[in-house]
Design a protein. Structure first.
Length: 286
């Protein structure tokens, strides 16, 4: 199939893009990488009145550093994140996790902002941004709005963004010392069945602080397992500590059943992979 008819706009500024979004009153879609949008258009699952192609807005394609804060523009491609020396130094989790997204063709076109707006509950980028405490920067007719990724989603593929708001950047507040990430897929780089990521800092005595754990594929959106992380504060991540964290994590997930796995299997995998990730975190080098 081919897409239904639509108007096409290619603005060169954020202000112009927002004006087009407002003019179409919720009937427009933003085209960035198009890795999710174009297939949906071709199957006519989405029939927008207009596409707003933002690829000519140069200011959205930068990676900026301000002290401890790192800002990644919404148009930055996965492949850019993968190769960036700045990202590798400051946010190595992102450099690692993008290699699990699709294939090379997808990573050459897919964008950080597009992934966050798409809101796939198994998506790697929303999961990483959640565990890193990132904030989405959106611009609309009323000005700039900053939305923590933990507050971005209303459900599966649904965000709190207004129809006339445009995501322009993602801000990362700090740089955890250590991270560990694992996911289970039925085949290489397929949609994840379950994903687990953890970050934290290790004290001189071998205990851990500022531990954060995020889980993907186990609810309508990525889940921040705050109680599980709290159970690990001040501990050496011993086996008993890992058991306590796994038990706490099981209380905050509501996994679906679908063609890839049953809810019961996802619940089992969450416990198994959380222990593996925390074991990796414990073994990470200073």
């Amino acid at each position: 199939m081919k897409p239904a008819r639509f108007a096409y706009h290619r603005p060169t500024t954020v202000a112009d893009a927002v004006a087009h979004l407002r003019a179409h009153a919720g009937g427009a879609r933003v085209l960035a990488g198009g890795q999710s949008l174009v297939p949906m258009l071709n199957m006519r699952l989405w029939r927008p009145d207009a596409l707003i192609d933002i690829n000519e807005i140069d200011e959205l394609d930068d990676i900026r550093v301000d002290g401890e804060r790192t800002e990644i523009g919404a148009l930055v491609r996965y492949s850019t994140v993968e190769r960036s020396a700045v990202v590798a130094e400051r946010l190595p989790l992102l450099s690692r996790i993008v290699t699990h997204i699709g294939d090379r063709q997808v990573r050459n076109r897919g964008t950080v902002g597009g992934s966050l707006v798409q809101g796939d509950p198994t998506g790697e980028m929303p999961l990483a941004c959640l565990v890193l405490g990132a904030t989405v920067v959106a611009v609309g007719p009323g000005g700039v709005r900053r939305i923590p990724v933990g507050e971005l989603y209303e459900g599966s593929y649904a965000t709190v963004l207004e129809p006339d708001e445009l995501v322009v950047a993602v801000e990362f507040p700090g740089r955890p010392q250590h991270f560990a990430f694992r996911q289970y897929c039925r085949k290489h780089n397929d949609f994840a069945v379950v994903s687990v990521v953890a970050t934290g800092d290790r004290n001189d005595d071998g205990t851990w602080r500022d531990v954060r754990i995020a889980l993907g594929g186990v609810a309508d959106s990525p889940v921040l397992a705050t109680a599980a992380a709290a159970a690990l504060e001040g501990t050496p991540l011993g086996d008993a500590d890992l058991d306590a964290a796994a038990a706490a994590a099981s209380e905050v997930i509501d996994p679906p059943s679908d063609v890839r796995a049953s809810a019961a299997y996802r619940r089992h995998l969450t416990s198994v992979y959380l222990r593996r990730v925390l074991t990796d975190l414990r073994a990470s080098r200073p």
